[in-house]
Write a protein that binds this ligand. Structure first.
Ligand SMILES: Cc1cc2nc3c(=O)[nH]c(=O)nc-3n(C[C@H](O)[C@H](O)[C@H](O)COP(=O)(O)OP(=O)(O)OC[C@H]3O[C@@H](n4cnc5c(N)ncnc54)[C@H](O)[C@@H]3O)c2cc1C
Length: 377
């Protein structure tokens, strides 16, 4: 079977690789290249974790993703995952974290519930004011984001895949099928199946089918400088941390780029192609205020770097991985909704199975879930 995959981010790159390994002849296309600075996968690092509240499916997928990250790191002799653990700092009754515990056990994620008093002893660099309890998720850590997208492409090419750097025109579907994809270099690709894993660009490519079901929003990330020689804020002395229910999170060492801090709150609508990526004074102020409160020794720390990226939110924050309702040979994959990166290898495996007819589509990721009368998620 010949398949064209458009989009070489976390979702498309891994889908293309799995399709290839399952015997398909695959061409991967990307307008600006894997993990480019406009792509949602284009950041330096991304958190990988198993805690997912009541959403068992994502804890299960995280387990499979861990296996595949490890397997491919070994195959490529590259380090893409750093184990730091993740410290969940719970400022409310903790329903989100607590409801995940049965699934952590089911999928063998080691964890430790830590009282606030004990957390204060272990992490004196953190001010735990207002935190009710904490949970240390031991296997969690961070992944190299844009680097791994490039590594996936490198692996894909080494195993016989074909890659084109070009913009794919919006698909023209006729008679219930797609006959081919026109590229910006004037060429045309035809195949038996087409996967569009175009992240925040999906609404423009499929205005009828995706449209408002994915909303790209502006998200800002800041990297602050720690004092020279001070390892309290590096991964040797601090895990990845997440505060709930106000979802602030960060990656301490962050590949020496600085103490990374991000606010998960939904930003304003954003155009991934032409949106201005200058950081806003307001988001910087919020990050600084949080930093001063939770990590007092970093109050006034210099800002080293920042990034403006976008989430591509689905209404229920679940992924979209489904066949186009009007074209039997087209699949749409996206809706990472701020948490998709870690799942790239597992979602890619699922989608490759869907395209090759080996696996049914996952109902939670279906497009039909948005139809009137259907309950969300
Ligand atoms: C600030 C931030 C922090 C995040 N933190 C985490 C985290 O800690 N953990 C986690 O798991 N997830 C996280 N996420 C979410 C995760 O990064 C995304 O869900 C994931 O990267 C989405 O990947 P994608 O492949 O769907 O999209 P993308 O990475 O955007 O890939 C889409 C690709 O399609 C290409 N493309 C689009 N249109 C066309 C076209 N017409 N022709 C050719 N190519 C085209 C683009 O160039 C792009 O490379 C975060 C996201 C952001 C923005």
């Amino acid at each position: 079977m010949k398949v064209v995959v458009v989009g070489a981010g976390a979702f498309g790159g891994w889908t293309a690789l799995h399709l290839l390994r399952k015997g398909a002849k695959v061409t991967l296309v990307d307008a600006w290249g894997p993990g480019n600075s406009r792509a949602s996968s284009g950041g330096e690092t991304r958190v990988i974790r198993g805690v997912y509240g009541k959403d068992r499916i994502y804890t299960a997928m995280a387990r499979r993703a861990f296996e595949l990250w490890h397997e491919n790191e070994a195959r490529w002799k590259k380090r893409l995952y750093t184990r730091t653990g993740a410290l969940w700092m719970v400022a409310d009754s903790g329903e989100f974290v607590r409801s995940s515990i049965p699934f952590l056990r089911e999928f063998r994620f080691a964890y430790e519930e830590i009282s606030t008093a004990e957390a204060r002893r272990r992490y004196p660099q953190v001010d735990f004011a207002g935190i009710e309890w904490t949970l240390l998720e031991k296997e969690a850590g961070y992944l190299l984001a844009r680097r791994s997208c490039a590594d996936v492409l490198e692996g894909f090419l080494a195993e016989g895949g074909a890659y084109r750097e070009a913009l794919a025109a919006p698909p023209e579907i006729a008679g219930g099928r797609l006959a081919g994809v026109a590229l910006s270099d004037g060429t045309h690709l035809s195949a038996d199946g087409y996967v569009f894993a175009c992240g925040p660009w999906l609404p423009k490519l499929f205005p009828d089918v995706v449209g408002g079901r994915i909303e790209p929003t502006r998200q800002e990330v800041f990297y602050f400088g720690t004092p020279a020689g001070d390892s309290r804020f590096s991964e040797t002395h601090m895990p990845v941390w997440v505060e709930t229910p106000r979802f602030f999170y960060g990656i301490p060492g962050n590949e020496r780029r600085g103490f990374k801090i991000a606010d998960d709150a939904r930003g304003v609508a954003f155009d991934p192609t032409s949106g201005d990526r200058t950081p806003s004074a307001e988001a910087l102020r919020t990050a600084r205020e949080y930093l001063a409160r939770r990590f007092p020794a970093l109050a006034g720390a210099p800002l080293l770097e920042s990034r403006v990226c976008q989430y591509e939110n689905s209404p229920d924050h679940h992924f979209i991985a489904d066949r186009h309702p009007g074209a039997a040979n087209v699949w749409i994959v996206g809706g990472g909704s701020g948490h998709g990166f870690k799942h790239g290898p597992a979602l890619g495996e699922l989608v490759a199975g869907n395209v090759l007819g080996e696996k049914p589509t996952e109902p939670l990721f279906s497009l039909s879930r948005f139809e009137a009368g259907k309950p969300p998620g």
